[in-house]
Write a protein that binds this ligand. Structure first.
Ligand code: DGL
Length: 265
């Protein structure tokens, strides 16, 4: 094992940084390439075929270029659609991001769980299977809150976001039959923990938010146990498209230890 081989974290945008934060806590010495398909953002409004084709193609190119020891698909939309396909085509361990329905079912006292994800994620059979396996005796209310993806991206660029965006996400769950009893909300999109405080204000007291980031970091620690880590260069972010907003993201990326930006060529 090459000690400088990175862990590649992949998302459509900045959402995977919520996973990177947990990975840093667990494995501070691990070299990381943070890859964002900003040219394909948002995934949540795309078809399954479009997401699968982009994710498989890009991860193939990125792994040829950067030879990662492990790939983490730090995106619920991409994982719930394409995890199996990516595992079939790439000969490298792949860790996916699964909506944290199991821990939510263990935590809820009211028995009513809310799930916020992208439109593409909340319709996946993968989510139905998680509900059947871990939350069959609970009530799960789903809401497609794709608008929060843009809100998280804007927040990290230092832009002001209209709080009505968060109010609409909360209302999307609260206004469903049984919604008033929700005490646990699954953040089933990696962008959403980046706006957790804003969502907490919109939901009001008595709601716990659950996401998968810490579990993913534990899984990566387990799969890389005993491996040497040596950083030969500072960690960096890799984007698929040059656009004006990238410069504004630089301070946020730096706060996650990503010191420069590269473009996938
Ligand atoms: N961060 C991605 C997720 O976890 C989705 C964002 C998007 O719609 O591209 O689902």
């Amino acid at each position: 094992m090459d000690a400088s081989a990175p862990i590649l974290l992949f998302d459509s945008g900045v959402g995977g940084l919520s996973v990177l934060a947990e990975l840093r806590r667990a494995l501070p010495q691990a070299p990381v390439v943070y890859a964002a398909d900003n040219g394909g953002l948002p995934y949540g409004t795309k078809t399954e075929a479009e997401v699968a084709a982009r994710v498989c193609g890009l991860l193939g190119r990125m792994s040829e270029r950067h030879r990662p020891r492990l790939i983490c698909i730090a995106c619920n939309t991409a994982s719930t659609i394409a995890l199996g396909m990516v595992r079939d085509v790439l000969n490298v361990p792949i860790v996916g991001t699964v909506p944290a329905i199991k821990p939510a079912a263990e935590q809820t006292r009211s028995g009513v769980i809310g799930l916020l994800g992208t439109a593409a994620t909340i319709r996946q059979p993968y989510v139905d299977r998680l509900v059947a396996d871990f939350a069959a005796d609970k009530r799960l209310l789903r809401f497609a809150a794709g608008e929060l993806v843009g809100a998280a991206e804007a927040k990290l660029r230092g832009e002001a976001v209209d709080p009505a965006v968060y109010a609409r996400a909360a209302a999307g769950l609260r206004d469903q039959p049984g919604g008033a009893e929700i005490d646990t909300v699954v953040l089933a999109c990696t962008h959403f923990p980046l706006v957790r405080d804003e969502l907490a204000a919109a939901f009001g007291p008595g709601v716990t938010f659950v996401d998968g980031a810490a579990g993913i970091a534990r899984r990566i620690v387990h799969l890389t146990q005993g491996q040497p880590f040596q950083r030969n260069r500072p960690d960096f972010a890799l984007f698929t498209k040059d656009e004006p907003g990238l410069a504004a993201l630089q301070p946020a990326l730096a706060s996650y230890g990503l010191e420069s930006i590269e473009l996938l060529t």
